[in-house]
Design a protein around this ligand. Structure first.
Ligand code: KG4
Ligand code: ZN
Length: 366
């Protein structure tokens, strides 16, 4: 694997950018995750239909230190053996990021270890390197999460070229918003995927904007309008008048016989857009490897369709294990190890809720 030879030592990683508290210990010598612990806040936010930032921050405070303790205990490794502590500096919810950053800085100060600020999306982007088999640089990456839908060319650690991006909603957002219209709980993506298993993907004509645009960009905002209109149609509610500013959100009753068909049709539209543009990215770059990273990468229908499409053009798809697709501490500890030479004893807590991946610099040689 490209980069892995640069790794040395044990790095503790702390993730707290959104609704999972994740801690892991990564061993750069073996290239393996030694121990990890994760606490999901899904149950905490579910009654509100989405992440409540203040609750997220408080919950990270409750769990952060416990998970660190848990990981060190499980691994049987003392904090004195740590080489550095890595934490998610951004992007994400400001309050949630501050909790993880503060925890990392306090531990680093107390244990006299250097700190490494990590970009959350770089964590996702490089997580397929933790899988076996791992891709070799250069490769194409499809980054699909709740807030991102990007195609990147990856030439090395920090050497990223943006090939395509969403012009509006992210793919995960499209899954989650459609799921809400189908009466599913938060986060809707995995629940919609489950519901779609028994449905007919050709039952509803859900639009695929920009599919034939020739570029590598995505658009998913029109999808939720299309789904809302199908739900209005199925429930016999009036369509919004032309120019109407807002309408109450229609929700398909749980007993409606067409729910699975609509879920399958929505999923097919999202997957079709992602696969078409991913294959185009492979053709345009001439690269033969593509990695899928981020929460939506857990979607089985996407995995199957992309694998089949890539095989047809002689390319190979790399997926991180599902547990590595959604937010976790291992991907942060891993990037920390790849960027170990950037560790400093600057303990000022400084988070970056908005931080473009393009601002990152290549990892410096060790
Ligand atoms: O990467 P992630 O855990 O958090 C962010 O950084 O955004 O991604 C979360 C997103 C959510 O929109 C969730 O609904 C979606 O990933 N997701 C899925 C599946 N599992 C998670 N979407 C479709 N199918 C899945 N199986
Ligand atoms: Zn994420």
């Amino acid at each position: 694997m490209g980069g892995r030879s640069d790794l040395t030592g044990l790095v503790l990683g702390i993730e707290s950018s959104c609704d999972e508290t994740g801690v892991a210990l990564f061993d750069g010598n073996s290239g393996k995750v030694v121990a990890e612990a994760l606490h999901s806040q899904i149950a905490l936010h579910a009654p509100y239909g989405g992440v409540v930032p203040e609750l997220a921050s408080r919950d990270h405070i409750n769990y952060g230190l416990r998970l660190v303790d848990d990981v060190l205990t499980k691994s049987g490794i003392s904090e004195t053996s740590l080489q550095a502590i890595a934490y998610t500096q951004g992007p994400g919810l400001a309050g949630a990021l501050l909790v993880g950053a503060q925890l990392a800085a306090s531990l680093a100060f107390a244990w006299d270890k250097p700190l490494i600020p990590v970009h959350h999306m770089e964590g996702h982007l490089l997580s397929p390197l933790l899988a076996d088999p791992a891709p070799q640089f250069p490769f194409v990456a499809l980054l699909v999460s709740g807030g991102h839908t990007q195609l990147m060319r990856v030439d090395g650690v920090g050497r990223y070229e943006l090939l395509g991006d969403t012009i509006d909603d992210a793919a995960g957002e499209a899954f989650d918003k459609s799921a809400k219209l189908l009466g599913l709980a938060y986060p809707g993506g995995p629940l919609l995927a489950k519901l779609a298993e028994g449905g007919d993907a050709a039952a509803f004509a859900i639009p695929r904007p920009l599919l034939h645009s020739g570029d590598l960009n995505f658009s998913f905002a029109g999808l939720k309008t299309a789904v809302a209109n199908e739900v209005r149609h199925l429930t016999g509610t009036a369509l919004p008048a032309r120019g109407a500013v807002s309408m109450p959100q229609p929700i398909l009753p749980l007993e409606h016989p067409r729910r699975a068909d609509l879920a399958a049709s929505v999923q097919a539209a999202i997957v079709d857009s992602l696969v078409t543009k991913s294959l185009r990215a492979l053709k345009q770059t001439g690269l033969k490897q593509i990695v899928v990273a981020g929460g939506v990468g857990a979607n089985v229908s996407l995995r199957v369709a992309l694998t089949v499409g890539a095989e047809r053009i002689g390319a190979k798809v790399f997926y991180p294990p599902v547990a590595l697709c959604t937010d976790n501490g291992a991907m942060i500890a891993h990037v920390g190890a790849l960027r170990l030479s950037e560790a400093t004893r600057d303990y000022a807590v400084n988070v970056r809720p908005r931080w473009a991946l393009s601002e990152l610099l290549p990892a410096t040689a060790m």
